[in-house]
Ligand binder design. Sequence first.
Ligand code: DGY
Length: 381
Amino acid sequence: MSRLEWRTVNPDGSRRVVVTKELPGDRWLEVLKAADCRVEICTSNDVLTTEEIKTAIGKSCHAAIGQLTEDWGDELFGALKSAGGTAYSNYAVGFNNIDLNAATKHGIPVGNTPGVLTETTAEMAVALTFAIARRTGEAERFMRAGNYHGWLPTLFVGELLKGKTVGIIGAGRIGSAYGKMMVEGHKMNLVYFDLYQNRELEDYISSYSQFLESQGEPAVTCQRAKTVEDLLKLADCVSIHTVLDDTTHHLINSERLSLMKKNALLVNTSRGPVIEEAALVKHCRDNPGFRAGLDVFEKEPNMAPGLAELDNVVIVPHIASATLWTRSGMATMAAGNVAGLLMGYPVWNKPEVLMFLENGAPKAAPSILNAKELKLSFHAE
Ligand code: DGY
């Protein structure tokens, strides 16, 4: 007997959609029901294997919504294609679990969920930044252990961020949102590394700096680093917001860690393998003043040996996008991708996507990654 449990919504729907995890909110189901879908949802928490997903797809399946913990490659897209499938959406903005070439080869459009995670993920990066700067993890463990016997001038002394330099690696939507939060909230100077110049971010911080000066406060600066190394040497606090691909795998390794300030802060809410975790463990062990805040791990859900024992590391279980608004918005976006494709709608081609969470959303699939490769038509507006 299968270890997995499933529930079906709208059993009379004519289009069968397999969803490999329960998703928050109800709106996404309304979107799929409106597209006449019969929705089969796996309600078990276990990560489904490729074999289990293939079994779920079966002989007839029009579309699927999958998770970042699943390996969507040739085998699954082939199975979906053979079952008559024409649409897939990841329930995530990141898509390093997807072999896009394989999907394109099988003619399956692949959706993702940008836009709804931006502020939520950036806020978690801020939370981790402050947790490590002010040592709240250590301090909380100390309190719970009954070790607080009175105020001391030397107890859990941390780092002040105001006026220091924050570095962002990857100045896309989430990186920029985090950068703005740190600059505006804490009057930090910003340095970013990205393959592309982010003029919007530079202009924004320049205007903010003028505002500060008009209030008699010191200016803040924004500069683009030529190399990751330049940024690491300069920043007091570094937050990672890149995609994971061959060029960013182990971007932070022992050599680069050694360039960072001895009391620097390092935050990662992107993907675990961007940091060589064993090297980070060693670096944190050798440099107790260095601190790391991690939402993601190299071999998730496992951690490198020794990581969990380090007091100068704060670890949370990949929850940067975990607010109800965002997680239900991601569900609506993923459903919108699948429903839009099944209804034969064109693909949306603008970065603003939040209107897809509202009533009267455009008749389009909000975010399809391989639309150009598949020569799908775009929404004309
Ligand atoms: C994503 O969407 O890529 C996050 O890692 C999970 O929300």
